[in-house]
Design a protein around this ligand. Structure first.
Ligand SMILES: *Cc1c(COP(=O)(O)O)cnc(C)c1O
Length: 402
């Protein structure tokens, strides 16, 4: 069954005589046992029953199963945010004396966790160049226990050769975890990158496309290996990571429309990226599906169907404005936008914009990026014509062509 269809036709059983397709919302901290023998016999790790709200309800189990189906995994943990998913993975698998490798263009708070808590606990880190598989291979040492992967890079959207990076981890016997928020389980199959080749762990911010509303924070950690899942689950339990039933319901309600929304965000972002590329004020367009964008060929190899077709590329793109415009002028452009609102995150119906100062975000040189100021757009579900007019009026008033 196609991943999209499986989000709707799922073997959920409603109560006898109530054949509604939508799942019920069960909320609980306490779950009552029939007697002390049943209480003692109950193993919280097993999904054969229920122990305590933090360890799962029928509602959280339903969402976990749907997400496994979506990403092609076998086990799932739900956590309170995308960042909590990253933390759950790193805190489960790393101990004092270990090292973690993180792409230099990773989601910023992943790097901050390494520089903060992990460093304080004696866990070292290195930031590798995801566009150079040889750089990753050279940095994997005897203390490396975990390699983070992310496609595409945060803000600058460089697309790495993901199968090559995973193969290096496999050859060196190091676990790899993918931040799969951008792909969302739709753009490519993280556990089936090539025959016999997949990531060990896929973490997602459900906050983005799975929620789709800009109103829920949640994350998921998906695996295909039961023993690995149990390691992650033990830490999940000891940290007390749980999610609320109403938030789970919101994501369950949004999942069936996710593939449609994702494609709509994608088509609009491509149209606007192409329009921006033709503006004289823009020196570089960063969008995995845009020819010439760093790693475009790797996006094409991973995210377009073998028989042809336009593939999938989410709703994000960035532009580099000509260095003759000061950062203050670029700020004024962002302020002049009316439909694109200034705000973090993406995946909701409203278009968002953020100007970035890359110097504070990268530890390594970025020769593939032209000089200038980077602005990232997250394209929502508004009319593309309205969004284009908004970009045009803000450009015209704040960043006049030479
Ligand atoms: C948003 C995001 C996260 C964090 O998700 P939150 O739910 O906001 O904590 C992690 N990784 C990526 C790539 C993201 O875009």
């Amino acid at each position: 069954m196609d991943a999209t269809t499986g989000l709707i036709h799922h073997p959920y059983q409603p109560p006898e005589g109530f054949a509604a397709p939508q799942p019920a919302v069960h909320k609980a901290s306490t779950v009552i046992f029939a007697n002390t023998a049943a209480m003692r016999a109950r193993d919280w790790r097993s999904r054969s029953g229920y122990t305590y709200g933090l360890h799962g309800t029928p509602t959280t189990f339903t969402l976990e199963e749907r997400l496994c189906h979506l990403e092609g995994g076998q086990q799932c943990l739900l956590v309170p945010s995308g960042l909590a998913a990253i933390a759950n993975v790193s805190l489960s698998l790393l101990r004092s004396g270990d090292e973690v490798l993180i792409p230099d263009n990773a989601y910023g708070p992943n790097k901050a966790l390494a520089e903060g808590e992990l460093a304080a606990w004696g866990i070292s880190h290195q930031f590798y160049d995801p566009l150079e598989p040889a750089d990753l291979a050279a940095r994997i040492g005897p203390r490396t226990r975990l390699v983070w992967l992310e496609v595409p890079g945060s803000v600058t959207l460089e697309f790495p050769d993901l199968p090559a990076l995973v193969r290096i981890c496999r050859d060196k016997g190091v676990l790899c975890a993918l931040d799969n928020t951008w792909g969302a389980g739709l753009a490519f199959r993280p556990f089936e990158l090539a025959p016999g080749l997949g990531v060990d762990i896929s973490a997602q911010a459900l906050t983005k496309y799975p929620s789709g509303g800009g109103d829920v924070l949640m994350g998921s950690v998906i695996t295909r290996d039961k023993a690995l899942h149990q390691r992650l689950k033990a830490t999940h339990m000891r940290l007390g990571l749980g999610v609320g039933g109403n938030d789970v319901e919101t994501v369950l309600r949004s999942l069936p429309s996710m593939a449609l929304r994702y494609r709509a965000h994608d088509e609009a972002a491509r149209a606007l990226a192409a329009w921006c590329a033709a503006r004289p004020q823009v020196v570089q367009v960063l969008h995995p599906a845009w020819p010439g964008s760093p790693g475009h060929e790797h996006w094409q190899a991973l995210c377009t169907p073998a028989g042809g077709g336009q593939g999938l590329a989410a709703g994000l793109f960035s532009v580099v404005f000509d260095a003759r415009f000061s950062p203050a002028q670029v700020d004024a452009f962002c302020d002049a936008l009316r439909l694109f609102k200034l705000g973090y995150s993406w995946g909701g119906p409203m278009s968002l914009v953020v100007p970035y100062d890359l110097r504070s975000m990268r530890q390594r040189p970025t020769p593939h990026l032209l000089p200038g100021t980077v602005v990232r757009f997250s394209v929502g579900l508004e009319s593309v014509d309205d969004l284009r007019r908004d970009l045009a009026q803000a450009l015209g008033s704040q960043l006049p062509p030479a």
